[in-house]
Ligand binder design. Structure first.
Ligand SMILES: [Zn+2]
Length: 284
């Protein structure tokens, strides 16, 4: 089987999560003990990746003091965790411009730590992704610095059911401004706006040269219904599972179902591996 990159997995410091949010993650999970084990041990998680035939994984972490509980130290945690296998683990962190004195300096700091991608989670960070146009200057400074350092940004789009999440900020179309104002910034629209705004995500990926999307959190059996023209954007779609997020049963089943979809082998290869490999070369 050809190699796979799962660009969207949540291995995170569970002890930093608020009790209400942690309950959402634990809810209905029979494999929660495994999740705990992986968050403590990169070696155990790498073994899990081997068994699922995943060559590389993007580990998504982000600062969200209000909804999830993470402060800026989550970046240090993720960089440290991924340093166990930098050729296989792609560290995603984030800068919440309200919680650091200098957003651009924080981008530089965490970049040096080894953070390879920046997550923006508007509905958990409680700002619109284009709020820099309404006076939230430090957000613009963060995008500017990420563009300068060629760090890809992943923006959560689509609904969230975590307590306190504000879904008004989760519409893909709010990211249109970013494509206009930061044309060289590489953007991944996580979850393709599912389950309410897929047309918006598809439109943006086609409109802006550096806009991509990941298909994480979308049940594979829904993918063709949500994105019937996915082959047209096969160069800009990244495979991901969002495991162990709410409603994501497992990684292996997800991969098998994806492979069974009526998508050409060439397009599958791009989505499962090539696009992410190009965006995150093993040695930058
Ligand atoms: Zn996610």
């Amino acid at each position: 089987m050809p190699p796979i990159i799962d660009i969207h997995i949540h291995i995170q410091p569970l002890d930093m999560i608020k009790p209400e949010a942690l309950k959402m993650i634990q809810h209905g999970r029979k494999d929660y003990v495994e999740v705990e084990k992986y968050s403590e041990s990169p070696a155990a998680f790498l073994k899990f990746m081997d068994e699922a035939e995943i060559e590389r994984a993007g580990l998504i972490n982000y600062v969200s003091p209000d909804v999830i509980g993470f402060g800026p130290e989550v970046n240090d945690w993720c960089a440290q965790y991924c340093s166990a296998a930098p050729d296989r683990l792609i560290a995603f962190g984030s800068v919440h411009p309200k919680y650091v004195p200098d957003a651009a300096a924080e981008v530089e700091r965490i970049h040096k730590l080894g953070i390879r991608g920046l997550k923006v989670h508007p509905s958990h960070q409680l700002f619109a992704p284009n709020a820099y146009r309404d006076g939230f200057g430090p957000l613009g400074a963060m995008y500017e610095k990420a563009q300068e350092l060629a760090i890809p940004i992943m923006i959560h789009t689509g609904t969230s059911i975590f307590p306190g999440a504000r879904n008004l900020y989760a519409q893909p179309l709010l990211a249109d401004d970013i494509g206009i104002d930061y044309p060289n910034l590489v953007v991944i629209l996580a979850h393709g706006g599912r389950p309410l705004w897929m047309e918006e995500a598809f439109f943006l990926v086609r409109r802006h040269k550096n806009m991509h999307m990941d298909i994480s959190g979308i049940p594979p059996q829904k993918l063709m219904e949500y994105f019937p023209r996915i082959e047209e954007i096969a160069d800009k779609v990244l495979f991901g599972t969002d495991w162990p997020g709410p409603g994501v049963p497992g990684v292996r089943g997800n991969i098998a179902k994806f492979r069974a979809l009526p998508i050409s082998p060439a397009a599958q290869q791009k989505i499962l591996y090539d696009n992410a490999a190009r965006m995150f070369p093993v040695r930058p």
